[in-house]
Design a protein around this ligand. Structure first.
Ligand SMILES: [Zn+2]
Length: 91
């Protein structure tokens, strides 16, 4: 669970954080307020994805492609969950 920036309680689930989108904030289970991630993190994530696709286009082996995909997906997931901060969304 993640700390809610509104109430300070652990009201945001891992799944809640994962499914935060540009127009889809997570809802705190404790206070019911909306929480999202900074827009810059979405930008960094898209740059990361483009770089990743570029790398894959240079790889010939299908096995290697799968291995790189799994590693990169786990890495970006880990970095997102660990380092991207949750910020309060005010209506
Ligand atoms: Zn809250």
């Amino acid at each position: 669970m993640y700390k809610c920036p509104h109430c300070g309680k652990k009201g945001i689930s891992v799944w809640g954080k994962l499914t935060i989108g540009m127009y889809n904030p997570a809802i705190c289970k404790e206070c019911g307020n909306e929480v999202r991630v900074p827009y810059t993190s979405a930008l960094i994530l898209s740059i990361f994805t483009v770089g990743f696709i570029t790398v894959l286009s240079f790889v010939d082996s299908i096995i290697l492609k799968i291995v790189i995909s799994v590693v990169m997906a786990s890495l970006s997931l880990f970095l997102y969950l660990k380092y991207v901060p949750l910020i309060p969304e005010y209506k």
